[in-house]
Design a protein around this ligand. Structure first.
Ligand code: FES
Length: 107
């Protein structure tokens, strides 16, 4: 289980405990957190689960593969250095304390 903070564009935060083997995307959906659409259901095709990992975060994340890299060029909000697809971030205990910023729009 990992405690994950989802920061909304209006500055509010939602903090939830997410169980493995969910993803950061699935953690948002299970907890009815607005701002993650996940239209493709987590198969790294739609780009509507885009998040910005907090720049202060020291939580180790898995490396980005070429599919995720490609999809991140087509997201509704601009790609940044910190951009990830939340469906490609499996929840493990190592992700405890992760903070992600939700973009203004997903589609
Ligand atoms: Fe579609 Fe993540 S849910 S790319």
């Amino acid at each position: 289980m990992a405690k994950i903070t989802y920061l909304h564009p209006n500055g509010t935060a939602t903090v939830v405990d997410v169980q493995a083997p969910n993803t950061v995307m699935r953690g948002a959906k299970l907890n009815n957190i607005d701002g993650i659409e996940a239209q493709c259901g987590g198969s790294a095709q739609c780009g509507t689960c885009h998040v910005y990992v907090d720049e202060q975060s020291t939580v180790p994340l898995p490396p980005m593969d070429s599919v995720e890299d490609d999809v991140l060029y087509g997201t509704a909000c601009p790609r940044r250095e910190s951009s990830r697809l939340s469906c490609q971030l499996p929840v493990t205990e190592e992700l405890d304390g992760l903070v992600v910023h939700l973009p203004e729009a997903q589609s």
